[in-house]
Design a protein around this ligand. Structure first.
Ligand SMILES: [Zn+2]
Length: 406
């Protein structure tokens, strides 16, 4: 009996600390408040759909239960790739795929061998090269980029990522490189470690297109989801390999920082007067700045809690919260308060930054689409519940995540 009880407690704790980000509470709150940063011309439209925008702020988290391609859109483990400002990571998706894809060959015996190693293409953001050397031949970057664009990008969602042997021969043949092997496949070595800034750039373009087409259901869905991803990008622990303190013996810190603290203090103590949405000139750079700002806070997030845990009374750090008939193991309020104080308003600051950033990307997409008039378009609420919604909700109820939890 006793064992069963502690398993229940443990499950409760795991759910609280690791399956949500900003918590469902935080994401909804952030999306809702972002509406109030908009200028009058756009505010009316968002205001009349504010419930949708805030309710659907959590859809991308639910979708992590339906697709393995979803989880990686919520984070980027920057420290895997070196140190800030990460000039070894291209900011453009096609360049990223070019630099971080290794071409492997499968021979007639079925062995998989490295053919063109991505290490042959070193990258420096400040001075990109024009060519690289492969089998003693100089390969032109622009030509190789087109090759990757035509042959690798389109198989991103496929299980088998074959590159046609005919196309391989046509491209490498021009350089006098022989293409021998039964099959060639593309192996992307980057995306499993997270792609949030790249996904934000995709979303921005999609949202702009939806505004151009005056497609109301799409505008609403994409706005809500954009808010989610941009909210995640503001969380320091969404930019590190040590996302849940698992490498520093601080398991549960993810939920502590982004769910527990806002739940306790966001209602009564945070100031949400964040100012007016602004136009973003360079979107790609802006999304990277958000992620780099988050990453710069990772050490503080971890070290402050680590030090506090050594001085704060051990038996007053973890409490049991009564949440609707279920006891949940979580950080004590006083402990959360002390952590929050030592971080000097960091959680509130990132939440405020996220609110303003979200309003600004919505506004920017609308401006880029030529500021279409939306308030006179009828909205068919039925259209807003799509088949995908049902699928996602069912997967969410199954409670089995595909990919890692953050
Ligand atoms: Zn998320």
């Amino acid at each position: 009996m006793k064992i069963k009880y502690s398993i229940l407690l443990l499950l409760g704790f795991l759910f609280l600390s690791s399956t949500v980000d900003w918590g469902f509470f935080g994401h909804r709150r952030i999306n809702k408040l972002a509406c109030f940063t908009l200028p009058q011309d756009l505010f009316g439209f968002y205001k009349s759909n504010i419930d949708y925008i805030s309710d659907h702020a959590v859809d991308p988290d639910k979708r992590r239960y339906a697709s393995k391609f979803e989880a990686i859109r919520h984070y980027i483990d920057l420290d895997i790739w070196g140190e800030a400002p990460f000039n070894n990571i291209p900011r453009d998706w096609v360049n990223l795929m070019m630099h971080y894809t290794t071409i492997k060959k499968i021979n007639s015996r079925g062995d998989t061998l490295t053919w063109l190693d991505r290490d042959l293409l070193p990258y420096d953001l400040r001075k990109p090269s024009k060519s690289f050397t492969f089998q003693n031949k100089e390969i032109d970057y622009r030509a190789y980029r087109s090759f990757i664009y035509d042959n690798v990008l389109n198989t991103y969602y496929d299980d088998d990522r074959d590159i046609s042997k005919k196309n391989m021969s046509a491209f490498f043949g021009k350089y006098g490189i022989a293409v021998k092997g039964a099959r060639f496949i593309a192996v992307d070595e980057f995306t499993e470690h997270g792609i949030v800034p790249f996904h934000l750039a995709f979303m921005q373009k999609k949202l702009e297109k939806a505004f151009l087409a005056k497609n109301i259901p799409s505008i609403l869905r994409l706005s809500a989801e954009m808010g989610h991803y941009l909210g995640d990008a503001h969380v320091p622990l969404h930019t590190t390999e040590n996302y849940n303190g698992q490498l520093t013996d601080q398991l549960g810190i993810h939920g502590f920082w982004e769910s527990r603290i806002p739940e306790l203090f966001a209602d009564n103590e945070y100031d949400y007067f964040v100012g007016k949405a602004f136009y973003i000139e360079d979107k790609e750079e802006y999304f990277w700045d958000v992620v780099l700002d988050s990453h710069a806070l990772v050490d503080s997030v971890l070290l402050i809690e680590k030090n506090l845990s050594k001085t704060f009374p051990q038996d007053q750090q973890i409490c049991y919260d009564d949440r609707g008939n279920q006891l949940t193991r979580t950080q004590c309020k006083e402990y959360a308060k002390a952590y929050s104080l030592r971080m000097n308003g960091m959680v509130e600051g990132r939440m405020r930054d996220a609110i303003l950033a979200i309003g600004s990307v919505w506004y920017t997409a609308w401006v880029d689409a030529g500021q279409p008039e939306l308030s006179n378009l009828g909205i068919d609420k039925e259209v807003l519940t799509t088949e995908e919604d049902t699928e996602v909700n069912n997967a969410f109820k199954s409670n089995k995540i595909k990919g890692r939890e953050h």
